[in-house]
Every structure is written in structure tokens, then in C-alpha cells.
Design a protein around this ligand. Sequence first.
Ligand code: TEU
Length: 568
Amino acid sequence: MTSANPPWWTSAVVYQVYPRSFADSDGDGIGDLEGIRGKLDHLADLGVDVVWLSPVYRSPQDDNGYDISDYQDIDPAFGTLDQFDALLADAHARGIKIVMDLVVNHTSDEHPWFVESRSSTVSPKRDWYWWRDAREGMDAGTPGAEPTNWQSFFSGPCWELDETTGQYYLHLFSRRQPDLNWENAQVRRAVYEMMRWWLDRGVDGFRMDVINMISKQPDLPDGPPIPGTPYGDGSVATFFGPRLHEFLAEMHREVFAGRDADLITVGEMPGATVEQARLVTDPARAELDMVFQFEHVQLDQGASKWDHRPLRLTDLKASFGRWQAGLADVGWNSLYWDNHDQPRAVSRFGDDSPAYRRDSATCLATLLHGHRGTPYVYQGEEIGMANSTWSSVRDFRDIETLNHVAEATALGADPEEVLATLRPASRDNARTPVQWDATEHAGFTTGTPWIGVNPDHVEWNVAAQREDPHSVLAHHRALIALRHADRTVQLGDFTMLLPDHEDVYAFTRSLDGDTLLVVCNVSATPYPLAELLPEAVGDELVLGNRDHLPDHDDAVLGPWDARILRLR
Ligand code: TEU
């Protein structure tokens, strides 16, 4: 990425809307398109450039819309195509782009393509999905007879026996999300046609759901055993298969080539390495603009996401440092703490106790937005929304969480023990309604919300922060404005400092002789700044999160103290 002609998204900030939980306009307890349209001024005030819209297509909602039954219609729960067009027009009128969530590794089992495919072994769409006989020498339907030993992301096997034809179909996620067979050129053509339809409607790009899974090892080999389970790890055969780059390059040619340069594409790639991301985001290869990688959001996980471990800052620095260095000369980083699949950042990486919630939320935001890449703000992150309080497994709605509870309790686990593993890790932490104000249901709906509102909304909400110059919201506004204005923030070379310090995260960004120093105390322990970073003392404070506090001392890095300094 040369600083001569950087793409527009190198100075942009993306805001993710999870429509189901954002804002409900018709009182049915589910967020919708009109609700989003009614909040565009909030997004414009925040200063974001792009909205990534999680799926709003027609769907049975088995996985909250990531199971699509009609790619070219809006689910009635969210509204209509006319309302989508109105949202798009109003967003564009504010200079905000809309990016759709493209879920084409799989469809819903109610998609007409799958209904036709499953109808018979000789259906013209049979080969649009992955169908296989039972394992050699075993009767269909007996445990272990599945064609491979792979475990689904949502518990259980990756194969579902279809009684109609006696064959199994593949589903890496829920059994209601059958995987499309991208080896079939008809599938690819149908997907590209649908993508062009959305671009012709005026959308500004796509976030591509698990796009690194569309190419699989065609011989579908078993994966290495997963300890403590009867399953194997299918990622060896389903992540970054042999034709991925071919498919992404073909998609670029068939869909994006020759179009308005103001588009943006971001590929969600669980398991991505820096090397793979370099290939995918190298502009010369014309595949994708950037990727969502998962390294840093797995550092606090043991054998599984439910096996929560303490995070070491040095591990986080090593991971971010590797990605900053690896994409410094080729490609581009996406920067995020959370999204609709991850627990809330201030609870996971910060300290959501009353003493430090505001300071740690603003510290984390400064740290993330100081890096080189495109920052993503997840709905509610801009006001420091935290993980919710869950009193029972019945409070949860997410299929991944509920399937895990069913599997664990079937194996004899105590529901209370399971609940303890859900609290820090469940995706539902990110899916409680956005907290707009202190009224009942946080101003999200006038009806009964589909999932409980976090009780802390009475204090933590947009209305309480909008006019507060020291709020989490104000700090996000300032960070986004700084990215828009400052070329060193946008494009400056990254250099990690203090790599071995367990509490302080510091780095520089340099461009054309200008150097910024970002220093963040990711702890409640004060540190003398001069001892840590002598060059930091006396420099110009560009943006800080605690300099307004009475106990602020330039010479001491206070609890969760974050500063962006311009070195003289
Ligand atoms: O997520 C892909 C994915 O890997 C997630 O399942 C993630 O690893 C896991 O949830 C972490 O707990 C995408 C979407 O973001 C997710 O919402 C969907 O459920 C999934 O794909 C299937 O479409």
C-alpha cells in the first residue's frame, strides 16, 4: 500500500449493525430496516464511513439470518426491499456506504436450490450441495457412518442423513445450513449473478461469511481426532482448500472488475494466517481488499471457546505485531475487538467493573484505532456495552450456545457449570439490544425484545453519553475524526515497543518524518512513563482518554491510561 494513492478504505471506519438487535421500529421486539434508518444520524454523528449490515435476507432464522432461503428478498421480520432501498438512499445521503453480509458457503435448507437438490439423487441441482453415501461398510444412520469424522461448529457431526434418498449432506454449521458445492460452476455463476444484482441496486460491497471455506479438499478426508470427542477436526479439509484463490479471483473478475472503485470487500476467514491473508489481500492478485482473521480472539481459549483462559497482553502484542508486520508492505488489516460472534470487548479485554469500565473501554478503543488497518466498531461498542448478566441457560437464544448446552448436559454436565462457561463466551453477549436510553427495553423496542436487554442500560446508553465530552461515545467520535484527518494514523509504519511488558502496550506509527507514539496501560497498575518510554515525556498529546481526570499526571501512566502523542 503506497502512501501515494491509497484506497479510500485505508482511512475509513466500518460500523457493524446486527439488525435483529439494533433498533425495532414496529414493536415486534425484533430490530428492522426502518429502525436502522431512524438511527442514521447517530452513525453520521459518530463519523463512520461504512455500515456492514449482518444478513437481512429472507431466512427461517435458524442461525439468525446466516441461513438464507432467498438472497434477493428481505425477510419480513426486517422489512421489505423498498425499505432497504430507502435505507440505502438515506445512508448514501449522509455519505455512509452500505456493505451486505454475503453468506454463500451455505444456504438455508429451505432455499429452493436445496429443496430441489434433496428431492432426488437425479435432481439437476443434486450437485449444488455435498451429498455422500454412508461410510464404506456401514449402514446409513448408525453413529460413525457419516462420510467424514468432522465436527460441526454448532456441535455434533457435520453430516445429516436425508431419509428421502438415504444419503448424507454436508453442513459445517447447523444441519439447517447445507454447504454449497463451489466445485460446481453453476453454483458459482448463480452466486455471482446475485452479487451483481445487489451491486446494481447500489450497495457498496460485501463482508463475505466464512469465505475461506468455499473450497474444500474434494476427496473429503477425515480430520485429526478432537480429544474428548468422537469427532475429527475438519478444518484441515475445509479451510483454504486448493481452489480458494481461483474462486476469489474468478469472483473478482465476474462481479467487481470494471465497477466503481468505491467498493469494499472483506473476507471472514477463521484460521487465516498472515501468509494466507497476504495472498488474499495483495491488490496485484485482485481477490479481496481485507480479511477478518481470528488469531487474537482465540488467545483466551483453551480446548474450545467454552474453555476460557486468562489472556496475556504479551500474547496479544505478539499476534497483533505479527499481523501489522506481515501486511505492512502487501495487503491490509481489518482491526476489531468484537462482532456479533464475540463477547463484548470491555468485558473480555478490559475491565467492566464500575471503577474502570469507561476508562478501559476508551483505552481499548485508542489501542485498536491506533493500529494500521481499517477499524470495525461493533454496535454498542461505541458506548462501552458489556457482557450481559445471564441467570439461566433459558436466557440464551444463539444456536451455537444452545446446541453446546444440549450436548454438554446430554454428557452429564451440570447446567449451572455449563452456565458458568457460557457467561464469558456466548455470542449472545453481543446480541442483547443496543442500549439507546434508560427507558424500559433501552429504547430498542416498544414491544417485548426477542432477547433480554442488559439491566445496566439504565446507566450505559447512547442518550446518557451523547452530550458528555468524556464519554466512551465522545472518545470514539474523536478517534474516528483523527483517523479521517491524520495520514500518519492512516498509513504510518507500525513499530512495536515494549514487547515483553505484561501491562503496557506501546507502538509508534511513522510516515514522512512524522511519528506518533501510542501508549496504553492495559491494566489498573500505574507506571512511571519516563522509566518506560523516556521519549514520551513532554510530547504533544494528540488524543488521550484520562487527561481530563483530576488524578491525571503526565509523568505517570494511570489505570487504563491511553495516549496518542506526537513525538517532537
Ligand atoms: O461465523 C463463522 C465462525 O467461525 C463463527 O462460527 C465463529 O467461529 C464462532 O461463532 C465463534 O464462537 C460466521 C458468522 O459470523 C456467524 O454468525 C455464523 O453463525 C457462521 O458464520 C455461519 O454462517
